[in-house]
Design a binder for this molecule. Structure first.
Ligand code: ADP
Ligand code: MG
Length: 350
């Protein structure tokens, strides 16, 4: 079991409101990621679920019971932090079994649970080592192992990979995905990294300034962002946004050419992802521009195209195409891949 429900939860520090009424249902076994810019309240919300932070208003429900007033030890949740704070004088096995030992579990049970966790985390060869003789990724795995042995109702992770270098982050991301598959437990994972969110989550919760912007699967958020914030937060490089007007079933860009659009007439924001723009000859497509920057990444070229009054647009082109700064190009927006947002930033249904 590991179903967690938040009912209108709020967090106030004095008269400053940090969490502004969050409703969320997390299903047993689900991998849910809280993502958002630094300071938006991700850690606070996670700590309220863990019981490490008092909930000012609303309810935290765990498996159908009201846990709002329960201390962390009663909630049966395990928290894994960015800094893993292992005991330096203890071996890996002792570190992992420590909480069971202090709880008075029998030796045979501790050994069995530690062995099981070591298998899941591929730490079997390292059980006798001290933390100082492990790599950063191995230490983080020990920290996770420490929580696995307690058989928690759910795992709560707060930016567990932020201290690791880029290559190790990718490796640990894979480990955590495999672990979730294997344990089948509820995981709530906080990160500011939208790539981590996209690759790991069953569902992503996008937060900004203490409020939920949107909840959905990675694909839903990418393909149907509900507002400009989500549209620009999910996806890298970012979705391009340019002002246009809609009339008579078409969008019209200043100094550009029209294309199909539905919905009411008026001023809107057009969104188009970098990979949904085709390069062509100047005078073709929807907009003309001049190549301002070429970022060659091997498989891809990321181009910044200066489109004058429409601003600078990022285009993802094939890495094999040779493109130079100063080239004149035409940009064609792929049909059906344009997004429209009203002037308040809400997605318009197409
Ligand atoms: P995140 O994890 O998304 O970066 P946090 O949850 O740590 O954000 O913080 C959310 C907001 O709450 C921030 O604006 C932060 O300054 C504020 N905050 C956190 N702890 C306290 C505190 N003890 N007193 C006052 N404000 C706090
Ligand atoms: Mg945080």
């Amino acid at each position: 079991m590991g179903a967690i429900t938040l009912n209108a939860v709020e967090k106030w520090y004095g008269d400053v409101q940090v969490i502004k009424g969050v409703d969320l249902e997390i299903n047993d076994g689900e991998f849910v990621i809280f993502v958002g810019p630094s300071g938006c309240g991700k850690s606070t919300l996670l700590r309220m679920i863990a019981g490490l932070e008092e909930t000012s208003r609303g309810q935290v429900m765990i498996d159908g019971r009201d846990a709002t007033a329960e201390p962390p030890s009663k909630r049966g949740l395990a928290m894994v932090f960015q800094s893993y704070a292992l005991y330096p004088h203890m071996s890996v096995a002792e570190n992992m079994g420590f909480s069971l030992k202090t709880a008075g579990a029998p030796k045979a049970e501790i050994e069995e649970k530690v062995a099981e966790a070591a298998r899941a985390l591929r730490l079997e060869e390292y059980l006798e080592r001290r933390p100082k003789d492990l790599s950063g990724g191995q230490r983080q795995r020990v920290a996770i192992g420490r929580s696995i042995v307690r058989d928690p109702t759910a795992f709560l992770f707060d930016e567990p990979l932020s201290n690791l270098d880029a290559a190790l982050r990718v490796e640990m991301r894979y480990e955590i995905a495999k672990l979730h598959e294997q344990l089948d437990s509820t995981m709530i994972y906080v990160t500011h990294d939208q790539v981590e969110a996209m690759t790991l989550a069953d569902r992503i919760v996008v937060l900004s300034a203490g409020k939920i912007e949107q909840v959905g699967s990675p694909r839903e958020l990418y393909e149907r962002p509900g507002n400009l914030f989500v549209a620009q937060f999910i996806g890298s490089p970012k979705m391009n946004i340019l002002p246009c007007t809609v009339s008579g079933g078409a969008f019209h860009i200043q100094d550009g050419r029209s294309g199909p659009a539905q919905g009411a007439d008026g001023a809107v924001n057009l969104g188009i992802r970098p990979e949904a723009i085709e390069l062509g000859e100047p005078g073709t497509g929807h907009l003309d521009g001049v190549v301002d920057l070429v970022e060659y990444l091997g498989a891809d070229n990321y181009l910044v195209i200066d489109c004058g009054t429409s601003g600078k647009l990022t285009v993802r082109a094939d890495g094999e195409e040779v493109i130079r700064v100063g080239d004149q190009v035409g940009l064609c927006f792929s049909e059906g891949r344009t997004h429209f947002f009203d002037t308040a930033g809400l997605a318009l249904q197409m």
